[in-house]
Design a protein. Structure first.
Length: 92
């Protein structure tokens, strides 16, 4: 059900499956510049990686690392340690 007046989008089914081994694209078009996702608990399972991008900033999650990038600076978390790259580190 889609309601274009208030950018409400709902998919209802007893069984919705997305195969992470195949390319899957879901595009939601909206008129407003922002959207809100509210859930009590959400699990996203992916075989390869998940990337969230906003301008030059990104968060990448894969099976071995979590990388947070903000412009030229980044923080990489892995089982072997933490890598911080940037021009300055402020530990206030």
């Amino acid at each position: 059900m889609a309601d274009n007046n208030n950018n409400f989008f709902e998919i209802t089914s007893d069984d919705i499956a997305i195969n992470a081994n195949q390319k899957t694209i879901l595009t939601l078009s909206q008129k407003d510049e922002s959207a809100k996702l509210t859930a009590k608990e959400t699990t996203i399972e992916c075989k390869d990686k998940i990337v969230l991008k906003c301008g030059s900033n990104s968060i990448e999650i894969n099976s071995s690392t979590v990388i947070i990038k903000c412009g030229e600076s980044s923080v990489e978390l892995s089982s072997s340690g933490v890598s911080i790259k940037g021009t300055s580190i402020n530990l206030d």
